[in-house]
Design a protein around this ligand. Structure first.
Ligand code: GLY
Length: 409
């Protein structure tokens, strides 16, 4: 396929090596500083006035904080082997959290939804890959088993939310493309093909319906519970039906990279280009996406009258997806997407990254979790705040740029 350079990014700068190091250094200082408060407790999904308060391990987002601990642990060991005391503190905290995840899945605490990958890949799969800890492996496989309980055989997808026998819940959501890697990993570890079969069915039914011809994406897609036929797309967290929710688009980019990594199916490379290019072409001049890509086309006057928050987390997620996919692309194309990822992370670094502990106890400002609009169905919270996945994926992107990283997903 012939690649066209995305012209609106041509003049932007890429993040420099010294900023990658400075970013990881500060992230580790921040994580070590707050670790005493956030070892037995977890980060909540989003900050309040840019500060997280310790919370229980009951939300879909708790794995991201544990993932940050593992990324910090890896970084300190790699770059500063003399700081074994800091590495030990991070290792011990990570292990405390792994035990909490094991207890959570054994007792089935708030696991009646599809987000087992977001919870268990950056926490327990990561811990298992880094340390070989058997409890971490056990917890992650139990989480994969739990995810299988969300499978709807007609037409074959993992239902996101709610009881399994209600028409109003008979839908998948684009975010789930990042839960599915847990199933591929579980098949690899156990030799049981069931996980992989369900993963493949889900991906097929997701991408056939949520990705539109122009490369924009639906957040959620409903099926007929009797016939299994595709019914209709509907946004929950995007601005309106038919607009592209920025983070959903970013989940699509990273989802295509992971789908390709686990299957080698070239169709996912084609779809990666489609969704990634739509994302990139619909960024504002400063490259930090509005929470919905639609607002890039709004006039200055419209935005002054009705200002719209950014979602910096979408930039970091998209960058991680591009860096992942670039491992499998021909050299020229890989270079292009690595460059785009570096430009996105440079924008996050310049405009959103926390550099002072008194500003925030997180890493990245200006994310949006859930912004209610007159046309969507979501609640309103975590708007223009730090959020746990925004911090995690920013750190993952820096890590990918710093070393040849073994993926947690
Ligand atoms: N997976 C939910 C979200 O991105 O907000």
């Amino acid at each position: 396929m012939e690649m066209n350079e995305i012209t609106n990014l041509k003049e932007h700068e890429e993040i420099r090596g010294e900023d990658i190091t400075a970013g990881l250094d500060f992230a580790c200082r921040q994580i070590l500083k707050i670790l005493p408060e956030f070892t037995d407790k977890f980060q909540p999904a989003y900050s309040t006035d840019n500060f997280y308060s310790p919370s229980e391990n009951t939300d879909w987002t708790n794995g991201f904080w544990t993932g940050e601990i593992w990324l910090a642990y890896e970084y300190i060991k790699r770059r500063y082997p003399e700081r074994s005391g800091d590495a030990d503190k991070l290792y011990n905290a990570g292990m405390v959290q792994v035990k909490s995840f094991l207890e959570r899945i054994e007792k089935k605490i708030s696991v009646d939804h599809h987000d087992m990958g977001f919870l268990y890949s950056p926490s327990c799969v990561a811990a298992y890959k880094l340390t070989g800890d058997e409890d971490a492996k056990k917890a992650a496989i139990m989480a994969a088993d739990q995810l299988l309980t969300r499978f709807q055989p007609a037409p074959g997808f993992l239902q996101a939310w709610g009881p399994m026998d209600q028409k109003e819940n008979y839908r998948l959501i684009i975010d789930c493309l990042l839960n599915v890697p847990l199933l591929f990993w579980a098949s690899g570890e156990t030799g049981d093909g069931r996980y992989k079969d369900i993963a493949l069915k889900h991906i097929h039914n997701a991408v056939s319906n949520v990705i539109c011809e122009d490369g924009s994406t639906w957040h959620t897609f409903f099926f007929d519970p009797v016939t299994g036929k595709p019914d209709h797309g509907e946004t929950c967290q995007g601005y309106r039906n038919g607009s592209a929710w920025a983070r959903g688009q970013a989940w699509g980019i990273y989802g295509m990279a992971e789908s390709y990594r686990y299957t080698g199916d070239p169709e996912y490379i084609r779809l990666f280009y489609l969704v990634a290019d739509y994302f990139l072409k619909n960024l504002p001049e400063n490259l930090i996406p509005y929470w919905d890509l639609e607002f890039t086309s709004w006039s200055r006057e419209q935005l002054l009258a009705d200002p719209q928050p950014w979602d910096s987390s979408a930039a970091s997620i998209a960058a991680c997806g591009m860096l992942e996919m670039s491992r499998f692309l021909p050299d020229d194309t890989a270079k292009l997407y690595i460059g785009y990822a570096k430009k996105l992370i440079k924008a996050v670094w310049d405009l959103c990254v926390v550099r002072d502990h008194s500003v925030s106890n997180g890493l990245v400002l200006h994310s949006t979790y859930s912004n209610h609009s007159p046309y969507n169905t979501c609640n309103h919270y975590g708007v223009d705040e730090c959020n746990s996945w925004g911090d995690y994926f920013y750190m993952e992107a820096l890590t990918r740029l710093d070393c040849n990283w073994e993926v947690y997903w």
